[in-house]
Design a protein around this ligand. Structure first.
Ligand SMILES: Nc1ncnc2c1ncn2[C@@H]1O[C@H](COP(=O)(O)O)[C@@H](OP(=O)(O)O)[C@H]1O
Ligand SMILES: [Mg+2]
Length: 278
């Protein structure tokens, strides 16, 4: 059965676990699952509509998680899954392979008509490193993969475009925009924002004040493969499959901006809540 065969109006009860994916590489499997979860989310959006926001968000989060978790359980039964939508499995800390997934990143934007800034994230962490990442942007019919990253960035570095949360833009964003003479581009979803930098629609993504590993693992894997700079605001590496999956801040930028961005973000100490130093 194909994952495209799951058109079950209203109930969405069938989960596509019978796809012939056992022979696929990890990267191909990640792309397939992120794409299929995205198609499911598009159907849920179309069939439920936008009147009941909470129901739409909950259904999207839950059904996308169910699709990913069941498919990974079936096709990679020895691996552990860390998902925003499931209890943390302590087995991941002793595992060699952990899939880090955000079944619906940008849940808020998913529930607003016409918005395309929401994503499905599927990443694989192996023995200390992210080795695979796929960010699907279902409403744009796109899936960006670490196996085949786009490299469409622009060379002009005089007027950077700084993409940031449209609903929780942290203080560092206004500080950096001022220091770098950057234009702020508000957007939902960490995956959509990183995708905008990867695709050359923005130059810098900054965040602080709260995020979890699933918000950035797949986007960062693709960004690294595309040759972008990725780090914490203090310049230290972003590390995944940590005991506490809270990973509150990050920089993803074109390497042309790395020095200038780090000069701003390192200039002050940053609290986990994004507060400026006392
Ligand atoms: N201060 C914060 N604390 C926890 N999570 C945050 C956060 N700011 C952003 N995020 C998460 O990061 C993702 C992108 O957020 P934003 O669109 O505001 O940039 C969202 O993921 P989810 O949609 O998967 O929950 C959001 O919940
Ligand atoms: Mg998220």
């Amino acid at each position: 059965m194909s994952t495209d065969d799951i058109r079950r109006p209203a109930t969405f009860s069938t989960v596509p676990v019978d796809i012939a994916t056992d022979e696929l590489s990890d990267a191909a499997l990640a792309r397939r699952l992120a794409t299929d979860a995205g198609k499911l989310l598009l159907r849920i959006r179309a069939e439920l509509g936008f009147a009941e926001t909470a129901t739409l968000r909950e259904t999207g989060d839950a059904r996308s998680h169910q699709l990913l978790a069941r498919a990974l359980g079936r096709h990679r039964p020895d691996d552990v899954v860390l998902s925003e939508e499931a209890a943390d499995d302590p087995a991941r800390l002793g595992a060699d392979r952990v899939w880090i997934v955000d079944p619906l990143d940008g849940t808020r934007e998913f529930s607003e008509p016409g918005r395309t800034d929401w994503a499905v994230h599927v990443a694989l962490w192996e023995r200390g490193e992210l080795t695979v990442g796929v960010v699907a942007l279902p409403a744009l019919d796109l899936a960006l993969s670490s196996a085949d990253p786009p490299r469409e960035r622009r060379a002009d570095t005089t007027a950077p475009r700084l993409v940031a949360s449209r609903t929780r833009s942290p203080r560092i964003v206004t500080e950096a925009a001022e220091a770098l003479s950057a234009t702020i581009v508000p957007m939902g979803s960490a995956g959509a924002k990183v995708a905008a930098v990867i695709r050359g629609e923005a130059d810098i993504y900054l965040h602080e004040g709260g995020q979890y590993e699933w918000d950035s693992a797949a986007p960062v894997a693709v960004a690294r493969a595309a040759g972008l700079h990725t780090s914490r605001l203090d310049g230290s590496p972003l590390r995944y499959n940590q005991p506490d999956p809270y990973l509150p801040d990050l920089i993803v930028c074109d390497p042309a901006y790395t020095e200038r961005v780090l000069a701003v973000t390192r200039a002050r100490s940053v609290g986990a809540d994004g507060a400026a130093p006392a």
